[in-house]
Design a protein around this ligand. Structure first.
Ligand SMILES: Nc1ncnc2c1ncn2[C@@H]1O[C@H](COP(=O)(O)OP(=O)(O)OP(=O)(O)O)[C@@H](O)[C@H]1O
Ligand SMILES: [Mg+2]
Length: 146
């Protein structure tokens, strides 16, 4: 089932992230993995920062483009860790395997959010959650949750 949300400000994106987080089922015995699909500037990092805020992460969540993967401890009751991956510069998932990606996937208390997931599709579980992000106009972004 697809659901589409259009936000017209950063505050609305924050609210969308809050509602999305609250809607997640915690029933998996593996990490919750979310692929954020969409072009440059479509709001992927902004959405991730909004989720981080909801998880009680106070350190600033910057784009991990140059380090590929960043891990934050949260004070959320289920998701103990947020892992933010930016695969923009990766050509395959092989590089992530050297970063213990599989160990991260094994832990149900991990929330893994991935920008440019299409670049590492061969290591992503097929049933990962997908959000399509789209630029609408200067202050508006569309998020399609699949
Ligand atoms: N409603 C909105 N929701 C989210 N971001 C918005 C909104 N309106 C404007 N913006 C702006 O859009 C930009 C989105 O940039 P962001 O870094 O999140 O994109 P991205 O998809 O991560 O791009 P990249 O592929 O380069 O990593 C930010 O500068 C943000 O302030
Ligand atoms: Mg980004």
């Amino acid at each position: 089932m697809k659901k589409t949300f259009i936000t017209h400000s950063l505050e609305e994106t924050q609210k969308f992230a809050k509602d999305w987080l609250a809607s997640l089922p915690f029933e998996s015995d593996e990490a919750t993995i979310v692929g954020l699909y969409g072009n440059l500037g479509s709001g992927k990092t902004t959405f991730t920062q909004s989720v981080a805020k909801e998880l009680g992460i106070h350190s600033s969540v910057t784009s991990p483009t140059f380090v590929i993967e960043k891990l934050y401890e949260t004070n959320h009751s289920h998701f103990a860790r947020l892992i933010h991956i930016d695969a923009y510069r990766l050509e395959s998932g092989r590089e992530l395997q050297t970063l213990n990606f599989e160990d991260l996937v094994d832990n149900p208390n991990n929330l893994i959010i991935i920008e440019w997931p299409e670049n590492i599709k061969e290591i992503l579980p097929e049933n990962h959650l997908k959000i399509l992000c789209e630029f609408v106009d200067e202050n508006s972004r569309k998020f399609e949750v699949q």
